[in-house]
Write a protein that binds this ligand. Structure first.
Ligand code: SAM
Length: 280
């Protein structure tokens, strides 16, 4: 017995379905169902929401989400070997779990989900970062999601929540803090996973703001922030040369010293710069 449901323990599931972890899919599984239930609770009240889970693997977090009362879970998993294990969970929670075998970067989940929608995932970090940027930069706001509860390498979690002036401050911090409130809500040591990864992990919870903190066009902001932090050691007047031939004028109009470096510019400054560039 697992403690949160009457399905077999995850070690047994992994043995039954021969789910030896694959490095190529970034598989580091959570096997402690008390821990996955705790992570599920970090996503807030699930009873009134549909949950999009990316990368369920053998289903540890999926079981946590369902045991915590999720109205509906849609789980997208790339590894076909995991589907029978997930089907067993779907049988245990009739009508509440739908599983798709596919790549989260290409599958459109929205046809299967009803608002309000929360996202929960323990994903390989490269896929996680790419999806996070997509979820943060839709052309219109508010987005389809109410909150994101995502496991990252701790270093990436720190980049999402970083303040100006710190080494970790960059594109992820600006994009995340512009239209959401990100918070590190749990830290996990490598031993929490099987096999253990090389680094510590952390769960970040992001709540979507009804409106961006400061007005700006998402595409322009994304472009300017990417360029500014791409050459973060350079002064902005040279780092952003390619963005506009009169970048110094725009920087001054936005209240930013052209000799400053990206690291020192707060979110408000980048938004003002994006507005000045968009109005040119
Ligand atoms: N959620 C499970 C857990 O916590 O134990 C598994 C986590 S494991 C770190 C990442 C999972 O994401 C794996 O099951 C892997 O197969 C899956 N995955 C990797 N790339 C994916 C992608 N592009 N789309 C969907 N799933 C993916």
């Amino acid at each position: 017995m697992s403690g949160i449901d009457t399905l077999p323990p995850l070690r047994e599931v992994i043995a039954t379905y021969q789910l030896a972890a694959k490095k190529s899919l970034g598989q580091n599984f959570l096997l402690d169902l008390n821990l996955t239930a705790k992570i599920a609770r970090l996503a807030g009240d699930l009873t009134q929401a549909d949950i999009l889970e990316i990368g369920p693997g053998p289903g540890g977090l999926t079981r946590g989400l369902l045991a915590e009362g999720a109205r509906q879970v849609l789980a997208i998993e790339k590894d076909p070997r995991c589907m029978p294990a997930l089907a067993e969970i779907a049988d245990h929670y009739p009508g509440r779990l739908t599983c798709i075998n596919g790549d989260a970067l290409t599958v459109d989940p929205l046809v299967h989900l009803r608002a309000p929608i929360k996202v929960a995932a323990n994903l390989p970090y490269n896929v996680g970062t790419e999806l996070l940027v997509r979820w943060l930069t839709p052309p219109t706001w508010p987005p389809f999601w109410q909150s994101l509860t995502l496991m990252f390498q701790r270093e990436v979690a720190q980049r999402i929540t970083a303040e100006p002036g710190s080494k970790a401050y960059g594109r992820l911090a600006v994009l995340a803090q512009w239209r959401s409130t990100p918070q590190i809500v749990m830290e996990l040591p490598p031993e929490a996973f099987s096999p253990p990864p090389k680094v510590n992990s952390a769960v970040v919870h992001l709540t979507a703001l009804p409106e961006p903190r400061f007005p700006a066009d998402p595409a322009v902001l994304n472009k300017v922030v990417a360029a500014a932090f791409n050459q973060r050691r350079k002064m902005l007047r040279s780092a952003l040369k390619a963005v506009s031939p009169v970048i110094e004028d725009h920087l001054i109009a936005a209240g930013i010293k052209p000799t400053e470096r990206a690291e020192q510019v707060p979110l408000e400054g980048f938004c003002a710069l994006a507005r000045s560039l968009a109005s040119a």
